[in-house]
Design a protein around this ligand. Structure first.
Ligand SMILES: *Cc1c(COP(=O)(O)O)cnc(C)c1O
Length: 399
């Protein structure tokens, strides 16, 4: 045997959102005045009450291994939060704490997939879903959802994509990258298909606190006993509590799934960081005031971004209802010329914007939509204004 690497490992695409952020950071380090619309994390600091709980955990020696699936206190807090906020009934034994939402998703697919099992992923999708599914030996089945349907999958599309190999369907509402949110009626219709086809739904609700205009965020598992038995709810501390670096995610799942996830985790990573778990307990049980403060600020930026982009030539966007992204259709830009360079695809567009306009946007080919870019508004209003001015100038320079 030569020193070859695993086919599975070699097949993984590195995360392009992280690559864009890295490029922006590199230019910034060179002293360039870069505007980064690539950010996939809140620009706020973790609220003080949460940080204090962590310091206290260190000072009181809460620095040892915990149970692999998380501390009993945090699993109980998660169970209560599911009931209180989401109307979801998961007992503490059905709740598993993991090293971030991404790791929770990894555990889920490792727990439910056998080689060749299919997982339906509506596009546009968060770019990690297909890679996580493939790493668990599953086969992603991508279903394209157009702007006309609000980038949301219809029950007809879901039913048509199902066959005897289908194991699960991935739902993400509010959505990264589109900012769209499924209504209660839409979820009820999807739930009927899920129950009828007898597949799992993996509901990624990490942006649940970021929904605007008073819109309701519904957890699909709250819609009844039947659908709850098919639902694995995935969530985490990162987005709602500005805790991306702490790495704590959590799930609620049918007991059999939760048990297998815990076993897998017990060998792969053991428990999530004990200090971060103590902080997460405070995040869930303590004051929720900071959540509202962050949301209000995001909302102002969202409205401004939408107004400005809607007034620009060659680009189209829908008003985002949740999360902190604007998903922009740039299909009319593709094929145009910028100072002698043909914008042949969306990565060329992103390259010109970062190199010549010092503005980072995320090209969405890896999100399943090669004629769209994603702009995050998890940056200051001042930066947003500057960056949008630059994008406007770029668009004016097109021929
Ligand atoms: C950020 C994000 C996650 C999870 O992130 P973690 O940092 O791993 O907790 C999960 N799903 C989506 C759609 C996200 O944007």
């Amino acid at each position: 045997m030569a020193l070859t690497l695993s086919n599975k490992g070699l097949a993984v695409k590195p995360s392009s959102t992280l690559a864009i952020t890295a490029k922006a950071k590199e230019l910034k380090a060179e002293g360039k005045d870069v505007v980064g619309f690539g950010a996939g994390e809140p620009d706020f600091n973790t609220p003080e009450n949460i940080c204090k709980a962590a310091t206290q955990a260190i000072e009181t020696g809460f620095t040892k291994y915990t149970a692999a699936a998380g501390t009993p206190e945090l699993r109980k807090a998660v169970s209560e939060k599911f009931a209180r906020v989401n109307g979801l009934r998961y007992a503490p034994e059905q709740c598993v704490i993991s090293n971030g939402g991404k790791h929770a998703l990894t555990n889920i697919f490792q727990a439910i997939l056998n080689p060749g099992d299919e997982v339906i992923i509506p596009a546009p999708f968060w770019l990690s879903y297909p890679e996580i599914v493939k790493l668990a030996d599953g086969v992603p089945v991508i279903v394209r959802c157009t702007a006309e349907q609000g980038y949301k999958i219809t029950p007809e599309q879901l039913a048509a994509a199902c066959n005897e190999k289908t194991k699960a369907f991935v739902l993400n509402s509010p959505s990264n990258p589109t900012g769209m949110v499924y209504s209660r009626e839409e979820l009820e219709a999807l739930a009927r298909v899920i129950v009828e086809k007898d597949i799992f739904v993996v509901s990624d609700e990490i942006y649940e606190y970021l929904a605007y205009d008073g819109i309701e965020v519904v957890s699909i598992g709250s819609l009844g006993e039947d659908i709850l038995a098919h639902t694995i709810t995935c969530n985490g501390m990162a987005k709602g509590y500005a805790m991306t670096g702490w790495r704590v995610g959590y799930t609620g799942a049918p007991l059999a799934v939760a048990k297998v996830m815990s076993s897998i985790q017990s060998h792969q990573t053991s428990n999530p960081n004990s200090i971060a778990q103590a902080a997460s307990l405070e995040a869930l049980n303590g004051s929720q005031e900071s959540v509202g403060v962050m949301k209000e600020e995001f909302d102002k930026r969202r409205k401004y971004m939408f107004e400005r982009i809607s007034a620009m030539p060659y680009v189209k966007t829908l008003l985002p209802k949740g999360a902190f992204y604007v998903f922009v259709d740039v299909s009319e830009v593709l094929g145009k010329n910028h100072k002698g360079t043909e914008i042949s695809d969306v990565s060329v567009l992103a390259k010109i914007l970062i190199e010549e306009y010092l503005t980072a946007v995320v090209p969405c080919a890896d999100f399943g939509f090669a004629d769209h870019v994603r702009l995050s508004y998890a940056i200051s209003m001042e930066q947003i204004e500057k960056g949008l001015n630059r994008i406007e100038e770029f668009l004016k320079n097109l021929q």
